[in-house]
Design a protein around this ligand. Structure first.
Ligand code: FES
Length: 159
């Protein structure tokens, strides 16, 4: 398999042609926030939490769905990357009750973990929150649809 050289947050890295930015970053222990990406599942790229800043591109791009190219310079913590990640978090939380500290998930929640780093403690969305009935996805998956952020990981896992 061919190789390319890229730079992520100043680290020069060699990666296989066709790898996604998030895979190369994970391999190098560089943290990129994510919800829908899971290395054992197909790539859906629908949460947009993994936005990163690629020097040659005009806008932040999702790291889980952007393949590396030779000479790519990627930043995960630049002002543009952080702004994109925080904006996505704000959208993901539009319909989410902002009660993270007292939520019954009690720390077992990736959304809660990331909202501490990227979320605001006060939402600009004051409209009523949506309530969604739970779905039966079989014995292996329990659902709490009111808190769903449409990452579709449960759907892809089920498939
Ligand atoms: S992790 Fe990349 S879009 Fe969801």
């Amino acid at each position: 398999m061919g190789k390319v050289t890229v730079e992520i947050d100043g680290k020069k890295l060699v990666a296989d042609v066709g790898s996604m930015i998030i895979e190369v970053a994970d391999e190098a222990n560089i943290t990129i926030p994510r919800f829908c990406y899971h290395k054992k599942l197909s790539v859906a790229a629908n949460c947009r939490m993994c936005m990163v800043d690629v020097a040659s591109l005009p806008k932040a791009v999702p790291a889980c769905a952007t393949p590396v190219a030779d000479g790519m310079v990627i930043q995960t913590q630049s002002a543009r990357a952080i702004e994109a990640q925080k904006s996505v978090m704000e959208f993901l939380l539009i319909n989410h009750p902002l009660d993270c500290p007292v939520c019954d998930q009690g720390g077992e929640c990736e959304l809660q973990d990331l909202s501490i780093g990227y979320g605001e403690d006060v939402s600009r969305y004051v409209e009523g929150k949506r309530v969604v009935k739970n779905k039966n996805l079989g014995p292996l998956i329990s659902t709490d649809m009111t808190r769903c952020i449409h990452c579709t990981r449960c759907v892809r896992f089920g498939q």
